[in-house]
Design a protein around this ligand. Structure first.
Ligand SMILES: [Zn+2]
Length: 452
């Protein structure tokens, strides 16, 4: 494969251009070239990653199936109030209708969409409970196999519902436990949702069970945690207990990561409490990564109380990811979470679009911030889910494998219809040459491709 007039923004200034030849995905020749006026530059970048995306409930609100035996309809379950409680209730109803064909189709659509955006790795959350049984998992395993040549897909067996409280808690836990023992070779991570339990005690049981079970099965661990904007009076946010329980069960030394998603409550802590948390995480030496899920958080969090007289006051209510990294020295990244369902009805699921929104959400508008935000949907995301990829693109050189990296092309000209049928209207296209150009103004998918 020959790639000409290539910019590598991770290591060079945009003025430096390369002609690259690959053999079986590895660079065999790499020579510097002069900027070409005739050939628009192409940018070579580390590929994108979804560190946290829900597979089985994607597109429930937008799949528009015509109801049939194999493909149930979900038209009646679109958000009416848009509340979190409604999203939970309607998703539970949707689960009762899942069929294998439906799960496979919506999953394929999500994976195909991800790949065309430039995603080559992901952690797919697959919900298991007393309603779904194993169907969501067995379908995810089919998808993992069928897309293996394009995507490095981790399966996270995920308990969205309580496993230590409510009348279904025990049945839900039994399903997850059986799934782990029957399908362990296909499973990469265990995820739970401690905040849905009915008491603090049950939440702690949930965390401790997940920690010990992940250790038993040698799995990465992934919590949906502290999903509230209520100030923690006492006790502290659950994240502190997670650290203690990981230490109690000697997680240090285990080569699996711990990802903490949402954690919106941390955004209401004061700076000294945040510093205390960062100190606890860093001192623990635990491989803890925070994943901000800003599109879901902004949609669900920060809603005004009923009968308030400040109904226009809407806090962002999401982890301040760049500050976690830059100020507190923590590991963090950002993820899409949901696409086309009641938890996040909007968006295409494009990680680059998410990084772009991060500029506004996080007040992160410098050139360095653009690179950091790109990292949050690329190498930082992969590090969080334990896909060994130190590659932030700086090490690209002869002998290096670049298969699976992302290419972003530029168009030479903009062409529009002219005033008559014969004469077109044409002028040079604006060129994207750096991280800021890509993050501030993400290119359309037609300009993106993955090196094969
Ligand atoms: Zn989630």
């Amino acid at each position: 494969m020959k790639l000409d007039n290539i910019i590598i923004p991770s290591r060079d200034t945009p003025a430096k251009r390369w002609n690259i030849e690959t053999d079986d995905g590895v660079i065999c020749h790499m020579t510097q070239s002069s900027c070409s006026d005739t050939l628009p530059p192409t940018i070579l970048l580390p590929a994108l990653c979804h560190p946290h995306i829900h597979l089985d409930k994607a597109y429930l609100s937008t799949c528009n199936h015509s109801p049939s035996n194999t493909h149930p309809g979900y038209h009646d379950l679109v958000p009416r109030s848009g509340s979190f409680a409604e999203a939970l209730a309607n998703t539970s109803k949707a689960k009762e209708r899942y069929t294998e064909d439906d799960l496979y189709l919506r999953g394929s659509q999500l994976l195909a969409n991800s790949y065309t955006h430039g995603v080559t790795s992901l952690r797919a959350f697959v919900e298991l409970d007393h309603v779904t049984g194993f169907l969501t998992l067995t379908t995810a395993i089919r998808l993992k196999k069928d897309f293996a040549h394009l995507l490095d897909m981790q399966i996270c067996v995920f308990a969205q519902d309580p496993i230590f409280s409510t009348i279904h808690g025990e049945a839900n836990r039994a399903i997850v436990t059986s799934a782990l023992s029957d399908y362990i070779s296909f499973i990469d991570a265990l995820g739970t949702t401690p905040y849905v339990e009915e008491s603090r005690e049950a939440s702690l049981q949930n965390v401790e069970w997940a920690v010990t079970t992940a250790i038993k099965y040698k799995l990465h661990l992934d919590f949906h945690l502290d999903y509230t904007l209520a100030p923690p009076v006492s006790p502290k946010p659950l994240v502190f207990s997670v650290i203690e329980l990981l230490q109690k069960h000697s997680w240090v030394g285990i080569s699996k990561t711990i990802v903490l998603g949402h954690c919106t409550q941390l955004s209401v802590l004061d700076d000294s409490q945040l510093a205390q948390l960062a100190e606890a995480v860093i001192a623990s030496k635990l491989p803890i990564h925070f994943v901000g899920l800003p599109t879901s958080d902004l949609y669900m969090m920060g809603r005004p109380e009923q009968d308030t007289n400040t109904s226009h006051h809407r806090p962002r209510g999401t982890l301040q990811v760049p500050s976690l990294i830059k100020t507190l020295g923590l590991s963090a990244c950002i993820g899409v979470n949901n696409v086309g369902n009641a938890f996040t009805p909007f968006g295409t699921g494009d990680p680059l679009q998410l990084a772009s929104w991060g500029v506004g959400i996080y007040h992160a508008g410098t050139i360095d911030d653009a690179r950091l935000l790109y990292g949050c949907v690329s190498w930082r995301a992969r590090a969080a889910i334990g896909i060994n990829s130190d590659v932030d693109g700086r090490e690209i050189e002869a002998g290096r494998r670049i298969r699976g990296m992302l290419l972003i092309e530029n168009r030479k000209d903009v062409e529009l219809p002219g005033t008559s049928n014969e004469s077109g209207f044409k002028f040079p296209a604006r060129q994207r040459i750096s991280f800021k150009d890509i993050v501030w103004d993400p290119p359309c998918v037609e300009l993106r491709s993955v090196v094969r």
